[in-house]
Each structure stands twice: as C-alpha cells, then as structure tokens.
Design a binder for this molecule. Structure first.
Ligand code: DGY
Length: 321
C-alpha cells in the first residue's frame, strides 16, 4: 500500500524528518527561509494527506475546498490565526498546533524583550558600537526599573502564566486580563484579575500575549494607548494584528507611552523603512518567541507526531479545538 503523502512547507533538518520517512512519503518545499508561494501550496495540498505548515502560510477556504484527500494540517506554532478553521471543519480536516513545548521559551523571550526595552540594552549597545561613548555620566542611558513595578498581562494562557512566574523573581505586582478568570494564576502568582481598561491605566508594563481573533484584532489602538501611563512600556509577543501600528507609532512619538518591545508585526517581515523601526525607544525582533534550537526541534517533532496520529486513525496529541 502507498504511504500517505505529507507536504512540508519549509525545508526542515533531515535528522528530524528522516525517522518519519518509514511512515510517510514526505515532500518538502526546498527553501529554509523563503516561504512557499500560494499556487504551489494549493497544488501540493490538493494531492496531500497532510500538510505541515508555518505561520507564514495562509490556509484559506479555497485551499480546503480543493484538497480532497487532506486529513490534517499541523501548524508549527501555538497560534493558528493563519488557518481558516471554519473551512477546515467544513471539509473535516483536523488542525493541530504546538502548544506546551514552546511555553517556557516564548516566556523567556517575552521577559527578555521587556528587560531589553526597560533598560535600553539595545540602545546602549548601539551607542558604544557607534563610537558615541565618550564619558560616563549619571543619567547616561537611564532606563526604568523592572523590580517592584506593575506588569499587566493581557492574555493569561500558558505563556501568560509562565511570564507571570518569571516576574515573581522581580517582585512585580501582577495584573491580568483574560477571557475568563484564572484562579490558579491568582493563587500561584498572586495575579489580580482586572478589566482591560484598568489594566492599561495601572500597569507600568503592558504585555500582550492574547491570541489574534476577530475579537482581539487591533485591541491596542488609539484609545488603549491613551489610557496607558506616560512612562508605560508596551510589549507584544503575540501577533501584530492585535495592534494598530499607526496608533502605537503616534503614542510613542507624542510621548503618550515611553517605549515598546515588539517581536511581532502586522505585516511580517516588517520593512526596515517602517516608521516604528526608526524610533530609538522601540526594540524589535523578527518573530523569534519560540526560536531556541531545542524548542524548534520539539515543535517539529510534535507537528509530525500529530500528523502520524491522525493518519493512523487516532486522536491528535494537540488538536486546535
Ligand atoms: C507561535 O508559536 O505562535 C509563536 O508566535 C512562534 O514564535
């Protein structure tokens, strides 16, 4: 009997893929960096039993409508806003993601971004490397404290909780806003549930970790930034679509908020010419929340294991519900 056919939308390391070749016929897009083009993805998906996708691929209704054999889409990310879930459901395609294995790594990066932004680490480095450091002075590159400040976490899922855990070593006061209350987070980390508005008004650090949905789209707009403290720092490690980037730029330019640390953008990759990137108080990263070697390997294996389970007629390990 022919082995089921998997299409993988990026070149992944052979040492990860090879063990799965005994179960599947595996075809990979040959590029490590360049995403697959839409036409190729559509054509490969139309013949595949499974596709392993990156967050860069948009899987829309037309893809599902033309993929008669497709049984499972395994997305290499915890987020899945790139996939039309209604269309997947309509065509009985299981969708899986890679939660849990990336939680600590993404929380580390989120907190690192907060620290880099608060303590002006990137600005300081550029200052030295550009040959500007001629004297030590008392307020040279003075940032703001992290310890004993208030952090407001918007989206208290697994990563939000793990960021809350990180903040305990810094004696921070934790506010959070979430679709529903999280009594375990309140008990374990002393986090206080509050409205979105109050969180914005009361936090020194506002950290966005909510998923991108119709409800959360552009939730950080003009009104949200206006509510924040003038020395507040905004961190986004979720999805760029939650932020109105023009409103963020205006808030930073007008001094409505102090600084921003951004791992994600509305359009990725963001152009180096984008006005946000010209602001010295913005620390930006190329969407690397879960990008440690160890974690990316675990994500790849989990995605492949999800495919294996579904194609063998079992429940997936981490289905998107
Ligand atoms: C995810 O998994 O959704 C992250 O954004 C990847 O870094």
């Amino acid at each position: 009997m022919d082995k089921p056919h998997i299409f993988i939308t990026r070149k992944l390391p052979d040492e990860i893929i090879d063990p799965y070749r005994q179960y599947f016929q595996i075809e990979m897009w040959p590029e490590e960096e360049e995403p697959v083009d839409k036409a190729t993805l559509q054509s490969k998906a139309s013949k595949a039993d499974a596709v392993l996708t990156m967050l860069t691929e948009k899987l829309d209704a037309s893809l599902f409508a033309n993929a008669g054999k497709l049984k499972v889409v395994a997305n290499l990310a915890v987020g899945y806003d790139n996939i039309d879930l209604d269309a997947a459901r309509e065509h009985q395609v299981t969708v899986t993601n890679t939660p849990d294995v990336l939680t600590d790594t993404t929380a580390d990066l989120t907190f690192g971004l907060l620290m880099a932004t608060a303590r002006r680490i990137v600005e300081g480095e550029q200052y030295i490397k550009n040959g500007n450091w001629n004297h030590w002075s008392p307020l040279l590159m003075a940032g703001r404290d992290i310890h004993h400040k208030t952090i407001g976490i918007v989206g208290m899922g697994r990563i939000g909780e793990t960021v809350a855990k990180r903040t305990m070593g810094f004696d921070m006061n934790i506010l959070y806003h979430n679709r529903s209350r999280k009594p375990e987070a309140e008990e374990k980390f002393g986090a206080t549930y509050t409205s979105f508005e109050h969180l914005l008004e009361a936090s020194d650090y506002v950290v966005c970790l909510a998923p991108l949905t119709k409800e959360t789209q552009k939730m950080f707009g003009k009104q949200a930034f206006e509510k924040m403290k003038s020395d507040a720092i905004f961190i986004n490690a979720s999805r760029g679509g939650l932020v109105d980037e023009q409103a963020l730029y205006d808030a930073l330019e007008d001094g409505q908020i102090k600084a921003a640390g951004l791992d994600v953008f509305e359009n990725e990759p963001i152009s180096a010419e984008h006005p946000l990137l010209k602001l010295p108080q913005v620390v930006c990263l190329p969407h690397i929340g879960s990008a440690s070697r160890e974690t990316r390997v675990k994500m790849m294996e989990l995605a492949l294991d999800n495919i294996k389970e579904v194609l063998e007629g079992n429940e997936p390990i981490t289905p998107v519900s």
